[in-house]
Design a protein around this ligand. Structure first.
Ligand SMILES: Cc1ncc(C[n+]2csc(CCOP(=O)(O)OP(=O)(O)O)c2C)c(N)n1
Ligand SMILES: [Mg+2]
Length: 282
């Protein structure tokens, strides 16, 4: 965890506004899952706070022009978390809220796994373990092009068991990719149960690979903002934020699910889930 003295919020961060944004993202995700009757909702709810902080505070982007060449890049390495990205892209106005009903439908732009043909998506996902390698390539390319844009890569704890992740981590440190930020979503699950291999101590591993690393509660907006602020430092090192998150965060009936990886109508009454989220607004 970050030492207490570094947990001061960024001076211009409006924490309550960002928490409200995260709740809106969660609401969009529940709308999608309820419409489809199923989805990777546990992960999305767990990652909502970080996405809200990235899209509504930290990243440079232009919703009117999602392909703007000076934008910061956000790579969602775990394609199955797409529900979270669709929610963010709707909330910033790149996609329309009407499209939420198309989540997971055949031929839809809002697939259950990401497609880079959808506006705002940097990488086609699905096969795990490739996001960081793509992020390294993008960060190198941006540096060669003389751009100041940064590259944020979401990674999962399951992906820490992929050799390709560590090859990319080593390359990023070798090339001193200062503008590359990995946000590692440690939600302690991997498909149908707990993490299979022991991946701890996660933060020490990133430090050993040469990354400037902080560890936070990934559902605490103040800590998220403090960590994002800390990794703005120019250090000739890539940056890692190890975020401990709770699958289903914000919706108690989903938080309580033992197998939160993929939820469907046999597990969840979606109307109850929406009511639970909305009750927390008060
Ligand atoms: C290379 C690869 N191997 C296996 C899978 C199948 N798979 C899909 S999601 C998943 C779980 C991986 O764990 P994590 O990324 O932590 O996801 P979580 O369970 O937290 O959603 C697996 C094994 C895949 N998509 N890609
Ligand atoms: Mg996981």
């Amino acid at each position: 965890m970050l030492p207490t003295h570094s947990l001061q919020p960024h001076p211009i961060a409006d924490i309550p506004r960002l928490q409200r944004a995260a709740r809106k993202l969660r609401r969009h995700m529940l709308t999608m899952a309820a419409g489809k009757g199923q989805g990777y909702i546990g992960q999305g709810l767990g990652f909502a706070d970080i996405l809200a902080a990235l899209y509504f505070h930290e990243m440079k982007h232009d919703p009117q022009n999602p392909g703007w060449e000076d934008r910061d890049r956000f790579i969602l390495s775990t394609g199955h978390y797409s529900i979270a990205l669709w929610a963010a892209l709707v909330e910033i106005g790149v996609l329309s809220a009407d499209e939420l009903a198309q989540y997971g439908a055949d031929g839809s732009r809002l697939e259950m796994s990401t497609l880079d043909s959808t506006p705002g998506v940097e990488m086609t996902g699905g096969s795990l373990g490739h996001g960081l390698g793509q992020g390294v390539g993008m960060a190198l390319g941006l540096r060669l092009a003389g751009k100041s844009s940064r590259v944020f890569v979401e990674l999962s704890d399951g992906e820490l068991q992929e050799g390709s992740t560590w090859e990319a981590a080593m390359a990023a440190a070798h090339f001193k990719l200062d503008g590359l930020v990995a946000v590692i979503d440690c939600n302690s699950i991997q498909a149908d149960g707990p993490i299979v291999l022991n991946i701890e101590p996660v933060a020490e591993k990133w430090r050993a690979f040469g990354w400037l690393t902080t560890e936070i509660d990934g559902n605490n907006m103040q800590q998220i903002i403090a960590a994002l602020h800390a990794v703005r430092r120019e250090t000739d090192q890539p940056k890692a934020i190890v975020a401990r998150t709770v699958p289903g965060k914000g919706v108690p009936c989903i938080e309580r699910c033992e197998k939160a990886h993929f939820l469907n109508v046999t597990h969840i009454d979606w109307e109850d889930a929406i009511r639970e989220l909305e009750a927390q607004h008060d």
